[in-house]
Design a protein around this ligand. Structure first.
Ligand SMILES: Cc1ncc(COP(=O)(O)O)c(C=O)c1O
Length: 428
């Protein structure tokens, strides 16, 4: 995510938050007295971590009516059953605080049925959140203390870092391996378990294990897939870290840890052997209800309990609850949409290959491509034709690429029709 220039000093704090020496960061006396001393009303300062933070912002305005291939959303909307369920909510229910009875059970049943093996997840192993974004935020609030370490990969989903920063955490982001963005398994293993030499106690000053390991699988934006067996291995090797697997796009590649956990379930509890594992799932990208905001954190009851403690009692609204029940009851709709996205993906990849456009495709409902024409020009040309894509400008390893979400075959045919006319230099 591109960070806007802030004009803030090197320590990231605004002038009024500089250390109380009276001197600015360069150590020289200020020419003018500070605003507060001059009698101007002082802005109440937030925590230092918040003062140093830039708001997490994404270009999310003015997108209605356009072909939205920029946020990996479902591009056709929800099941008709979801629409009918929302329309059936009587207006007097708007006046009542939301009720969540039965929703955890419905999520547990749906996830367990998809795994088709072993025992079921229990309702207390399901946390309900106002989208997975809110679940991520809650994980950091519950577990991330100042100076704790977040271990993750780079580039990855842009919301992990600001959540870590607002807690004052340190971040170690290990790059994917070029040329094909392979998962940096050895490096993650080494950083996760900073082992003392064999037979010796941890010497003083040796790095502590990370508080949190955040893995996006498949990774957004590189699509990198990591075998669920390896994730379980990492979790088992790092009992002092909470291992969070963001499976937002698993429906588009099938790499979930949940079926494995359910198959291996010890004494009927899928998390018995993995008390430090948390899985994130959402209905945003598959079921077409991103605008209603609902997401789930699935894990040991004790972890779900702690992550849920830092949310408000009514954070998920009634419309999202009704939509979630209806969406979970119509898995066939989601399956059909996912199959259509795969069909569209295969078609688009064939066009990119035939035209010699550099691209990278792996898991997820998106791919990366590197236009021969300057990216800004391609992005603007597509936008003028009513198509939104996401520039990866400034992202490590993939600067200069565009991330294109995959929709229906017809939508991707339209995308290609326009793209191949704009990116004339690419051989398209
Ligand atoms: C990897 C990843 N995690 C989480 C989210 C947030 O999902 P939700 O809509 O459930 O908040 C996104 C959305 O783009 C995402 O790409």
């Amino acid at each position: 995510m591109a960070q806007p220039a802030t004009g803030l000093p090197a320590n990231g704090l605004p002038a009024e938050a500089q250390p109380a020496t009276g001197l600015p960061a360069d150590g020289l006396p200020a020419v003018a007295p500070p605003a507060a001393a001059a009698g101007a009303a002082a802005t109440p300062l937030a925590r230092p971590e918040v003062e140093a933070l830039q708001a997490y912002s994404a270009p999310l305005e003015g997108r209605r009516g356009l072909l939205r291939l920029d946020f990996n959303e479902n591009t056709v909307g929800p099941s008709p059953q979801v629409v009918a369920a929302i329309r059936a909510i009587p207006a007097d229910h708007y006046a009542i605080y939301p009720e969540y009875d039965g929703l955890r059970q419905a999520v547990a049943a749906s996830l367990s049925a998809a795994a088709a093996a072993g025992p079921s997840l229990r309702p207390e192993q399901i946390g309900l959140f106002n989208g997975v974004d809110a679940a991520i935020h809650a994980v950091f609030q519950a577990y991330g203390a100042r100076a704790d370490l977040l271990l993750t990969t780079s580039p990855t989903f842009g919301y992990y870092s600001p959540c870590a920063r607002m807690q004052g955490m340190e971040i170690e982001a290990i790059p994917y391996r070029l040329p094909d963005f392979a998962f940096p398994l050895e490096e993650i293993r080494a950083a996760l378990c900073p082992a003392a030499p064999a037979g010796l106690a941890q010497p003083p000053g040796r790095p502590q294990p990370p508080r949190l390991l955040l893995l996006c699988n498949p990774n957004n934006p590189t699509g990198t897939r990591l075998a669920p067996e390896l994730i379980l291995e990492l979790a088992a090797a790092a009992p002092h870290s909470l291992v969070v697997v963001d499976e937002l796009y698993e429906a588009f590649s099938g790499d979930s840890v949940l079926p494995l956990l359910l198959q291996r379930a010890d004494a009927g509890d899928p998390f018995a052997a993995y008390p430090n594992l948390l899985v994130l799932r959402s209905l945003s990208k598959t079921a077409g209800i991103a605008g209603l905001r609902i997401g789930f954190a699935i894990g040991p009851a004790a972890v779900v309990d702690r992550v849920s403690r830092v949310t408000g009692p009514y954070d998920i609204n009634s419309f999202a609850v009704t939509a979630a029940f209806a969406a979970l009851a119509d898995q066939a709709y989601v399956d059909a949409y996912v199959a259509e996205v795969w069909r569209a993906r295969d078609w688009l990849v064939a066009q990119l290959q035939a035209a010699g456009v550099r691209h990278h495709v792996a898991g997820g409902n998106y791919l990366l491509l590197w236009p021969g024409t300057p990216v800004v020009q391609v992005e603007a040309g597509l936008r003028a034709a009513g198509i939104l894509v996401r520039s990866m400008a400034g992202k490590p390893l993939i600067d200069g690429s565009l991330r294109v979400s995959l929709g229906t075959l017809e939508q991707m045919q339209h995308f290609w029709d326009v793209y191949s006319r704009i990116d004339v230099g690419s051989g398209a």
